[in-house]
Each structure stands twice: as structure tokens, then as C-alpha cells.
Design a protein around this ligand. Structure first.
Ligand code: ATP
Ligand code: MG
Length: 394
């Protein structure tokens, strides 16, 4: 019955010349999201609105589900399309629409007609009155309420001569279309937090690239696959992600060899940030994103965060900074990354982790320890960068 979806988006935020950028990005993201659905879809802008036409067979639930992942969409309205065969037949169609969409009981309603087709022979107010009368005849228990109707029936008399009827608004995820606010580099581990951090940054319209550090043979091929799977779980929201997979083993072993073990995590994290920032610069990302939150583990105390931050000149965004673990888990469940994140594969940090890591690292001491790496570290970082594998995840 529904061949079209009208897409509602937050128009208030996008007045002026940014509007078409916002709309074009939204159209692009919708097209990308629907590529994964069965069926053929035509996504287009018309008169300051975005529509999705479903050509031929498609799965309603699946399609709505995919649209609900596209940031920038505030509401999805399933539209019944009819041809113009006069007001009598339009009345029949509205009654058919109500019968199919609602359990009609004694709801209040209002008809709201929009007459884009100025050739249409009846004024919109009169169309409202005629259709309202037909509804009251067909469903005697229903009542008109022009202020707070339970069912608001939109009838759009389109320029093309087609007529659109819709009333339901299925909520979208809100946010801004990915691609309207530049790009950021996500440090993506196999844990619970970083995919959630990526999701939250995307929600504000930021496109994502990602970097993952692994340590073969200490970390397995399956741990790496898990991170690719997590990136894939993000793509319905984020669009395609360019994932950089860095072989971190030699750097970790070298740090392990040369530096005090209670400082390993901090020093390793500082090298991760440096390398991620290198790729961020190379691929025009404007910021780094991590899944850190204050005090969650030793490497996320205020002092540790300051020590990891110090090596970057780019802003580091930590969207989970004030979240409790349970709040993070709730989002992870909502975006369906949780089950993948808890798969028990080793992480490169946990393998080299000290029993009692410093919780209040002193920056000068850390810098002094890093000096012990001066002989080989530049070469190792260079090799890690040169041997990085990039995977296009979509
Ligand atoms: P997560 O659940 O995201 O792994 P965590 O609670 O395990 O976080 P840490 O291991 O201290 O915390 O990592 C903090 C952040 O550093 C992560 O959220 C992630 O952004 C980044 N990070 C940690 N390990 C890696 C890795 N192997 N590859 C890429 N980024 C990493
Ligand atoms: Mg982790």
C-alpha cells in the first residue's frame, strides 16, 4: 500500500545556504543505507522535501529499519499514492487508508490538505471539509478536533497530478547527515566503548575513518576480524569506513623491552595516538575520537588522559567522557555492537599490560622513559605506517 516515504528532517538548524548541502548529504546517506535493502529505490528532493519512492517489490519493515539508521532523519512518513480521479474517489482512498492503517474506534481527527497543484479545482479548505464529511459518514464514532487530533491526515495535491495521503510519522534517529561536518579518525578497538564513541560522533554529521592496532601473533586473526565486524556494524549509521589496521607488535615489544612496565600502557597509548594522527592528517580527518571516559581504568584518569593527549596537535574527541559503563552498554545494545564487542578475543593492550600500571603518570617521567626508545622507535613507527593494511568496510 505504501510506495513512497516522505522524509522529515530538522529544518530549523539548516536555514540559508547550508540547506542544500544538508539535503544532498541526506539524500546520499539514504541511498547508501537502502543499497543494503531488497528492492529498488528512487531517492529525490522535490520542493524542499525528500522522498523515497519504492519501485516494485520491497520489504516495508526492512526499509523503514534502514531509514531509521540514517542521521538527519527526524521522521519517516509512509505515503499512500493515488491518481487524481476526482474528489469522490479521493474520499474512497482516504477511507481505505484509515481502514488499513488504524483500528478505527472513536479517535479524533483532522484533515490537512496542501494544494501544490494550483490547477486542482477545489480550494484546500474545501477539500478538508469534503473529506472530513466523508470520514464522519464512514466512521460515525470519529470526531473532528482541529487543535489536538489523534489522527492528522495529510492530503497533498501534488504538481504532478498525483495525490499523497499520509498520517503516521515513524521517528528517525535525529542528528545530522554524515558528511556535513567533516571527518574524524576513530581509534577503534575490539572493546565496548570505541564503537559507541564512533556512533556518537557520526550522529553529529561527522564522517568516520578508523584505526585499529593489532599485535600478531599475540593477537589473533579473529580479534582483527572482530574489529572489522564492529566497523561493519557502524556502517548503517556511518556509511563506508576506511579502516587502517596497524601492526603494532614490534613497537609494543620494543617499549616492553626499554621502558618501566608500569608505564607501558600510557606509552603505548601515546604511540597509538601519534600513528592515528598521522593517518588522520594523511586522509584529511580533523580530529581523533576515542572511547575513553574519566576514571574507567588506570589509563583513563585525568592525568593519564592528559599524558595521552599531549602527543597530539589535533583535537581529541571523547564523546563518552562523562558516561558510566552501563550507559555505554545501553547504547552499544541499541546500536547492536554489544554482542560483538564482548566476544572474548585478546586485545593488544591487555597482553602487555602491567599488574600495577601508574594511575597518575607524571608527564616528565613518561617523556624521559620515551627517550630510552630513541634508537629505534622512529624506524619502527615508519615501518608500522608503511605496512598498514587498509580495509574498506561498507
Ligand atoms: P574500548 O572498549 O573502546 O576498547 P576500553 O575501556 O577497553 O575501551 P582502553 O583499552 O583503555 O579502554 O582504550 C581506550 C581507548 O583507546 C579506546 O576506546 C579506543 O578508542 C582506543 N584503543 C584502545 N586500544 C586500541 C586498539 N587496539 N586499537 C585502536 N584503538 C584502541
Ligand atoms: Mg580496549
Amino acid at each position: 500500500m505504501f510506495k513512497t516515504f516522505l522524509i522529515k528532517y530538522g529544518e530549523i538548524a539548516i536555514k540559508g545556504k547550508n540547506r542544500h548541502l544538508f539535503e544532498d548529504a541526506l539524500v546520499r546517506q539514504i541511498r547508501h543505507a537502502l543499497k543494503k535493502c531488497d528492492g529498488e529505490f528512487n531517492v529525490y528532493k522535490e520542493q524542499g522535501r525528500i522522498y523515497v519512492d519504492c519501485e516494485g517489490m520491497y520489504d516495508y519493515e526492512e526499509t523503514v529499519g534502514h531509514l531509521q539508521h540514517v542521521f538527519g532523519i527526524v521522521g519517516i512518513c509512509p505515503v499512500m499514492q493515488v491518481e487524481d480521479h476526482g474528489i469522490e474517489e479521493l474520499g474512497d482512498s482516504v477511507i481505505e487508508f484509515l481502514t488499513n492503517v488504524y483500528d478505527i474506534d472513536a479517535q479524533t481527527f483532522k484533515v490537512n490538505t496542501r494544494r501544490a497543484n494550483k490547477q486542482y479545482p477545489i480550494e484546500s479548505m474545501e477539500v478538508n471539509a469534503i473529506l472530513g464529511g466523508r470520514i464522519l459518514d464512514a466512521f460515525p464514532n470519529m470526531k473532528v478536533d482541529v487543535h489536538h487530533p489523534e489522527i492528522l491526515i495529510h492530503v497533498e495535491l501534488r504538481e504532478s497530478g498525483k495525490i499523497f495521503i499520509y498520517s503516521k510519522i515513524i521517528p528517525g534517529p535525529g542528528g545530522m547527515p554524515v558528511g556535513t561536518n567533516g571527518k574524524a579518525m576513530l581509534l577503534l578497538s575490539g572493546g565496548i566503548d570505541s564503537p559507541v564513541a564512533g556512533y556518537m560522533i557520526c550522529k553529529r554529521g561527522v564522517k568516520l575513518d578508523a584505526t585499529y592496532f593489532h599485535a600478531p601473533p599475540y593477537t589473533s586473526e579473529r580479534a582483527k576480524q572482530k574489529v572489522i565486524d564492529l566497523a561493519k556494524k557502524l556502517t548503517p549509521y556511518a556509511g563506508p569506513i576506511n579502516l587502517h589496521i596497524v601492526n603494532f607488535t614490534d613497537i609494543q615489544l620494543y617499549i616492553y623491552d626499554k621502558c618501566p612496565h608500569d608505564e607501558l600502557t600510557i606509552i603505548m597509548r601515546r604511540y597509538m595516538m601519534r600513528i592515528a594522527e598521522h593517518f588522520a592528517n594523511e586522509t584529511k580527518s580533523l580530529a581523533l575520537v576515542t572511547g575513553e571516559s574519566i576514571g574507567q581504568v588506570a589509563s583513563q584518569t585525568m592525568q593519564s588522559l592528559a599524558a595521552t593527549n599531549e602527543v597530539c596537535s589535533m583535537p581529541v574527541f571523547r564523546p563518552l567522557i562523562g558516561f558510566d559503563k552501563q550507559e555505554i552498554i545501553d547504547v552499544a545494545e541499541k546500536i547492536d555492537t554489544y554482542e560483538t564487542s564482548i566476544l572474548p578475543f585478546e586485545d593488544c593492550c591487555t597482553i602487555f599490560v602491567a599488574k600495577h600500571p601508574v594511575t597518575k603518570p607524571n608527564l616528565h617521567i613518561i617523556q624521559a622513559s620515551e627517550k630510552k626508545l630513541s634508537e629505534k622507535i622512529d624506524e619502527l613507527v615508519k615501518t608500522a605506517i608503511e605496512t598498514t593494511e587498509t580495509v574498506w568496510v561498507e
